[in-house]
Design a protein around this ligand. Structure first.
Ligand SMILES: [Fe+2]
Ligand SMILES: [Fe+2]
Length: 229
């Protein structure tokens, strides 16, 4: 799907946020958008594609860990840019959605409470690791600085790979069982609204561009390079 198709879908999605808006659209436009309305981003899809962005920053972290281990250079800016994406998009937005809108619903329903407690504690631990990464990445001058940075990047990835996998496979699917389909749909709309308020537009698209830039700077953007011979 090219960018123009994506833009058209996004625009249609937004046009259908309220019926009041839909009623003023020309009938032909309504028909065109109606087909695409089926492709609305649901609550879980929204959260899971945000995990996709988290995963791509983690892959950038992996590349930096590899370079530190091999005593190769890397632009320190890439690490602080990656950690800033984690801070603003993952910790202050995505995790906030989970903490304010998902975790309380699971606690209220008495479902997966131990898992929710662990996920919440991991969000706090992740923030502490990101603080350290942001501080060290400013100027990792000595070999010791680079070793500390690699250890923190590794600690981050070691925790978040299972964290996001557990949310994708256990927590998010269970959401369908503890809330009605109506509440599930309105939660998705609420997430869309918060996203626009937080980022002044489609936060996912904005951060997808940022993550793509990181990957290009590290030479890991070309997907085909990872295909085994
Ligand atoms: Fe989480
Ligand atoms: Fe998450």
């Amino acid at each position: 799907m090219d960018k123009s198709e994506l833009d058209a879908k996004t625009k249609c999605r937004r046009k259908f946020v309220g019926m009041a808006v839909a009623t003023v659209l020309a009938p032909s436009l309504l028909v065109g958008c109606h087909e695409k309305e089926e492709e609305n981003v649901s609550t879980n899809e929204d959260l899971m594609r945000e995990h996709g962005l988290l995963k791509r920053v983690m892959l950038s972290y992996d590349e930096v860990i590899r370079r530190i281990g091999a005593e190769l250079d890397f632009p320190p800016q890439v690490v602080s840019d990656g950690a800033t994406i984690i801070r603003t998009f993952v910790e202050d937005y995505h995790e906030k959605l989970e903490e304010e809108h998902l975790f309380p619903r699971f606690r209220k329903a008495g479902k997966l409470v131990d898992l929710v407690d662990t996920l919440y504690a991991q969000h706090q631990a992740g923030r502490r690791v990101t603080d350290r990464i942001l501080a060290t990445s400013k100027s990792p001058k000595t070999r010791e600085d680079r070793a500390h940075l690699a250890a923190d990047l590794h600690a981050f990835n070691r925790m978040y790979a299972p964290h996001e996998a557990r949310e994708d496979t256990i927590l998010f699917p269970e959401l369908h069982k503890i809330i009605s389909s109506h509440e599930y749909d309105s939660l998705g709309e609420q997430f869309e609204k918060i996203e626009r308020q937080t980022f002044g537009g489609d936060g996912f698209d904005i951060y997808l561009d940022k993550v793509t830039t990181l990957e290009k700077q590290l030479g890991i953007y070309d997907l085909a390079q990872f295909t085994p011979q």
